[in-house]
Each structure stands twice: as C-alpha cells, then as structure tokens.
Design a protein around this ligand. Structure first.
Ligand SMILES: Nc1nc2c(ncn2[C@@H]2O[C@H](COP(=O)(O)OP(=O)(O)O)[C@@H](O)[C@H]2O)c(=O)[nH]1
Ligand SMILES: [Mg+2]
Ligand SMILES: [Zn+2]
Length: 308
C-alpha cells in the first residue's frame, strides 16, 4: 500500500503526490457517496496503484488539522474544509513596500491560533530596512512568536526559511507584494511562480468556489496555496476565547476585577493595565479590541456588512 498527499481536486479526480511521483486517482466507490468535502487538498490518503497506471484512493487518514471556510448552510453556516493537515501558518510581511500592517498581521495570527495551527512570522525585504526585523520582534516576542528576517535580493535568511518549511505543510499568508512568490521561487526555481502578480489583490473572499492547491517544494515540505486565510476569516471565533489567542495577555487574564472582563472598558482590567505599563505592545490590545468587535456581532449582520 502506498500513501500520498492530495495536491488538488480536478472534478472527480485527485492529483496525489506519493513522494516519488504524482498520480491521478479516483475515489473508491465506498468513499464516493459520502460528503462532498470528504477529500481535500492536504489529505493523506491510502492508494491502490494499478498496473495500467491508474490509482484508487481507498482510505483517508485522520487529519492533524483542518482549515475551513464558512459555507452557507440550509439553516446555519457550516464549516467547509478547504485544506487538511496544515502544520503551520507562515505570516509574511515586508520591511518596506509595503510596510508591515500590524492590524493585518495580528488578524492572521489570531486566525491561525483559533484553528490551533502554530504560526511564525517572516519579514522579507530586510535589505530595504535593516532595523525593521528588531521592531517586529519586539512587538511579537512577548507573545512567543519568532520573526525570521529574509531578503530575496541579498539571499539572506533563505536557508532558515528552507529549514522552516521542510517536512511540514505550510500556509503562506500575507499582503500582496511582500514577496511570497519570490521567496518560494528562491527556494525552488522549478515552481516558477509569477512575481508581482496582482490577482491576489482581488482576493477579497468573494470567489468562494476556488479550492486550495498543495504544492511540493523541491527542498522538502508542502506549501498550501489557499484562496486566502482571509477567506477562512475570524468566523466562528468565540469572543470569550479571543484573549487566549493573544498569548502575552495570558499572565493577566485571571487578575481582572471581573471574571467575565472583556478587556474593553471594564474597570480594574489587568490586561489594559499591563498594556499601559508596557508589559507588551499596547497596540496589540487595539488589535484585540477590533477583532472582538468583529466576532461579537451576530453572523447575519456580519454577512450583510461584507455585502454577501
Ligand atoms: N528589495 C526587495 N524586493 C523584493 C524582495 N522580495 C521580493 N521583492 C519584490 O517585491 C515585489 C513583489 O514580490 P512577489 O513575490 O510577487 O510578492 P507576493 O505578492 O507576496 O507574491 C516584486 O517586485 C519582487 O521583485 C526582497 O527581498 N527585497
Ligand atoms: Mg505572489
Ligand atoms: Zn480585563
């Protein structure tokens, strides 16, 4: 028996990477009649390889993690898996052009944490501003995140990036133009990803039908090309759990005067006091409050706000 990783679904067939080769496989009848979401990119599957080159997926291994988007259900929205077995989210920003957007980075980190997927930060284009990595590390260090500085043009940090990706399945998240495609091409020129591609800018989460693709990287590991973490979004995040996703708040959470403190405007809030005395970057609390607002509105009104 052979196992492989599902790279993509094309109609009723799946492209599966076995480590050695790529095969096109169909689901065995028994699996076919289940849920449409039964097999997604990133799934580890058991294959029967036939003499004529065809392959059949006979079983799906239990998932280590699932990234899901919100899909319209008959009564209430349901989770529609878009990628399985994501091991880490690599949040990419750049030192300049564009400058890091802390609000966006915090949002990606919260989405990763809420999906129980570890995250790391990569700051690319450090050739344009040598001090930018330290500034970002100061913001995220207290939460336990490591910031890896890279430069494609100066070939810096690329060995560390290769090691970070190797043996894992990673989602690269980050604003358009920060250098995600450039970094992947630098590791694996065979990927031949387009640089300066603007289509991502239109990735507003509206084209809900695009499926995820998983791409093997020559230096080891898999990178998931999702419709965007943006599409996974913050839906389903319990506002009462949000503070837990800001790891640096942790030591203060049980010191607030009120047990049900939301860390917004309540008197005696230990998290706000910690922010004020600089125990962590107070701007992280601003991000928390923004996301809190977003996740505490009823879903029907957030749908309407997004214009769906
Ligand atoms: N100075 C500098 N420019 C870079 C670096 N990496 C990428 N770029 C440039 O940034 C632009 C956007 O890169 P791209 O890989 O398409 O970004 P993506 O949208 O995140 O995939 C291109 O013009 C790249 O040449 C870098 O390390 N330093
Ligand atoms: Mg790109
Ligand atoms: Zn509080």
């Amino acid at each position: 028996m052979t196992t492989g990783v599902v790279l993509a679904r094309i109609g009723s067939t799946y492209r599966v990477h076995t480590g050695a080769v790529e095969v096109t496989a169909v689901l065995r009848g028994k699996l076919k009649h289940r849920d449409d979401d039964r097999v997604v990119a990133g799934d580890v599957v058991e294959l029967e390889l036939h003499a004529d080159g065809r392959a059949t997926i006979s079983a799906v291994r239990p998932r280590r993690s699932v990234l899901a988007r919100r899909a319209a259900g008959e009564r209430s929205p349901r989770a529609q898996p878009i990628a399985a077995n994501v091991d880490q989210v690599v949040v990419v920003a750049s030192a300049r052009s564009p400058e890091p957007s802390p609000r966006m980075l915090d949002r990606f980190l919260v989405i990763a944490a809420a999906n129980r997927i570890p995250a790391v930060l990569v700051l690319n284009k450090i050739d344009l501003d040598r001090s930018a990595r330290d500034a970002l590390q100061r913001r995220y260090g207290p939460a336990g995140y490591h910031v890896l500085g890279t430069s494609v043009t100066q070939a810096e940090g690329l060995v560390a990036l290769r090691d970070l990706l190797r043996g894992r399945e990673s989602v690269l998240a980050g604003q358009s133009g920060v250098g995600k495609s450039s970094l992947l091409n630098a590791l694996d020129p065979g990927l031949n990803l387009r640089i300066g591609e603007i289509s991502e800018k239109w990735d507003t989460g509206k084209h809900t039908t695009r499926a995820a693709l998983v791409v093997p990287v020559a230096t080891g590991g898999y990178v998931v090309d999702t419709p965007g973490l943006r599409e996974v979004g913050t839906w389903g995040i319990d506002p009462e759990r949000l503070a837990v996703y800001f790891a640096e708040f942790q030591p203060f959470l049980d010191q607030c005067r009120f047990d049900n403190c939301r860390h917004l405007a309540e008197p005696g809030c230990a998290v706000r006091q910690a922010a004020e005395r600089g125990a962590f970057d107070p701007d992280r609390l601003v991000s928390y409050q923004r996301i809190y607002e977003e996740v505490s509105v009823p879903s029907w009104s957030s749908d309407r706000r997004r214009g769906r």
